[in-house]
Design a protein around this ligand. Structure first.
Ligand code: AQP
Length: 335
């Protein structure tokens, strides 16, 4: 392997938002030349909370179209749907059998999400093991994710190390999380103390979605929570979390330095100008993606063809790895 291998995934749960784009997708696209990349629409992960089957089918194709529209090129990277490659679910069982339950019960996302649900599915607890397999069955060195997924990648490292140590061999590559310097944690526009989240994206004013029309994007930014002052500065002060979030979005969108960002708003007459300025650069960034997305969605057969090619490429890497793992663990492979 000359190039470093990269694996990352995104759930087809709809409402893909600016946080998903700036924290993950934008960086996947930017680095696709440098590394050997596997990008996965993780539909099995979506099943950890109840889904409407027809909606999930639609969102899965839609997510693939968003990735292509954002600039992922199937000639340069492998794009596929998780459930099309059965090694993920098969290998997950094997990893379940070496992962202590306590490791999963400690996961912050599990604690947060399960606390909000009356009936918690086993899959929600097991989600990080499936995710560990997604990564390590590809011998991925790097996992580009937003800040919220760092703990899960660390767990993937622990699981890989445990397997290597139990079976006394360097079988799995130990992956590293790669967190972007800017955009790693885009906060909700209505509540800048909590991250922008798909499950809240239907709430008025919470998120900007990748597929929102310009008018809607402007409206969402105009509603963004700020503070009672008028100072446009980057700041850790919780009081200024709203302004800090808006400046962070502007910085991640334009790629400018903090000094240049502040210079752009030096003549602003208040937060109204800040919100308008941020909306403008975000609209400019997202409009071509939405237009390409609409074009791609007109030809589902071509999308399915590209995804079938991706699944074949992914299978050729992960299935032999899982087969080898089975053999190491004492299972007899068929004839
Ligand atoms: N607010 C965010 N800022 C930066 N990065 C983010 N990501 C998610 N939210 C933010 C990153 O997006 C990638 C794909 O996300 P996912 O679909 O696997 O994760 P998710 O956690 O289900 O997405 P949400 O929006 O957080 O949905 P909820 O919380 O409603 O389930 C990942 O790399 C993630 O880090």
């Amino acid at each position: 392997m000359d190039k470093k291998r990269v694996f990352s995934g995104i759930q087809p749960t709809g409402n893909t938002h600016l946080g998903n784009y700036l924290g993950a997708i934008k960086n996947w696209v930017a680095k696709q030349e440098e590394k050997e990349n596997f990008f996965c629409v993780v539909d099995l992960h979506s099943l950890t909370v109840p889904q409407d089957p027809a909606q999930l089918r639609y969102e899965t194709r839609s997510m693939a179209a968003i990735l292509l529209a954002a600039g992922l090129d199937p000639e340069k990277c492998t794009i596929f749907i998780q459930s099309h490659v059965t090694a993920h679910a098969e290998g997950c069982w094997l990893l379940n059998c070496i992962t202590p339950l306590g490791w999963l019960q400690r996961m912050t996302q599990y604690k947060d999400k399960s606390a909000k649900q009356e009936s918690v599915l086993t899959g929600l607890l097991d989600y990080p093991v499936l995710m560990a397999g997604d990564i390590i069955f590809y011998d991925a060195h790097e996992v580009p994710v937003g800040e919220d997924q760092k703990q899960h990648v660390e767990l993937a490292r622990d699981i890989a190390q445990r397997f290597n140590s139990l079976y006394e061999q360097e079988f799995f590559v130990i992956p590293e999380p790669v967190i972007p310097e800017v955009g790693a944690r885009v906060m909700g526009l209505d509540d800048p103390t909590n991250k922008m989240s798909k499950s809240l994206a239907d709430k008025r004013g919470h998120a900007v979605r990748i597929l929102d029309e310009p008018k809607e994007i402007l409206r969402s930014f105009k509603r963004a929570v700020t503070d009672s002052g008028n100072e446009i500065v980057f700041s850790d002060d919780p009081e200024k979390a709203g302004v800090n979030n808006l400046l962070g979005i502007y910085k991640a969108t334009t790629g400018k330095s903090e000094a240049d960002v502040l210079a752009d708003f030096a003549d602003a007459r208040g937060y109204g100008d800040l919100k308008k300025g941020v909306a403008e650069v975000v609209i400019e960034m997202l409009t071509p993606i939405r237009e390409r997305y609409e074009y791609l969605m007109q030809d589902p057969a071509e999308l399915d063809r590209l995804l079938a090619v991706g699944a074949e490429q992914a299978r050729s890497v992960s299935q032999p790895k899982v087969d080898e793992m089975k053999q190491i663990m004492g299972l007899v492979l068929p004839g």
